[in-house]
Design a protein around this ligand. Structure first.
Ligand SMILES: CCCCCCCCCCCCCC(=O)SCCNC(=O)CCNC(=O)[C@H](O)C(C)(C)COP(=O)(O)OP(=O)(O)OC[C@H]1O[C@@H](n2cnc3c(N)ncnc32)[C@H](O)[C@@H]1OP(=O)(O)O
Length: 177
């Protein structure tokens, strides 16, 4: 179920962490992916491929495209108000994606079973109804905030804990900072 306090449909979600390679505004080479809450348990997002995201000349690297899918799928956490990490990500690369393209992504939760959250995403070229370039099916696993504290590097954990903006974002996930 969509959480009663989930962001309203159409609301821009912002970054869950400023240094996140997928959505963080403080990562110069990151994707700067911008996600928006949709209806029900769905999300839309946009990501424009820049020269630093190339694999082959003039084309997006497949791992970068998988990151865009992963980040969009991870943004579904905001609607469930759950912290979950990617356990499995199965990706189909359907069409090459040239540098300069804006990829329009859409993701939705398909099922939840205990800590397991199943979801699916599509990335289309140029417009929300453009040709499909990438698809993914994912399994996210719900974790406690200890997951990050136990496994993250000390200096980034401390910096996040000293950052009032990060604490505000963590509260959006009902995490006790
Ligand atoms: C300060 C915080 C701010 C907010 C942060 C927001 C973060 C958002 C980040 C978004 C960024 C973008 C997103 C990112 O990039 S997240 C970053 C990439 N992901 C990771 O780093 C995760 C690394 N993996 C792990 O830490 C553990 O393996 C996890 C936690 C996932 C599970 O280990 P844990 O010991 O906890 O659980 P379990 O092993 O008992 O498994 C539980 C259940 O799940 C099933 N299962 C598990 N794996 C798989 C698999 N591969 N295929 C199929 N099934 C799998 C398993 O069979 C079992 O099922 P069942 O037997 O119950 O039926």
């Amino acid at each position: 179920m969509r959480h009663a306090d989930a962001p309203a449909p159409g609301e821009l979600l912002g970054a869950h962490y400023g240094q996140c390679f997928g959505c963080g505004g403080e990562q110069p080479h990151g994707l700067h992916l911008a996600a928006r809450a949709g209806e029900g348990l769905s999300i839309t997002a946009e990501f424009t491929v820049r020269p630093e995201h190339q694999g082959a000349p003039g084309l997006a690297h497949g791992g970068v495209l998988a990151t865009a899918l992963d980040e969009t799928l991870g943004s579904l956490n905001w609607l469930l108000r759950t912290i979950a990490v990617t356990g499995r990500l199965e990706t189909d690369f359907v069409r090459p994606v040239p540098v300069g393209t804006t990829l329009h992504l859409a993701a939705e939760v398909t099922a939840v079973a205990g800590r397991k959250i199943y979801s699916t995403a599509t990335g289309r070229i140029g417009a929300p109804d453009g040709p499909v370039a990438v698809r993914a099916d994912a399994l996210f696993i719900e974790v406690k905030v200890d997951h990050f504290i136990d496994h993250g590097r000390e200096e980034e954990i401390q910096a996040a804990m000293n950052d009032p903006d990060q604490i505000r974002r963590a509260r959006a996930f009902e995490v006790n900072p």
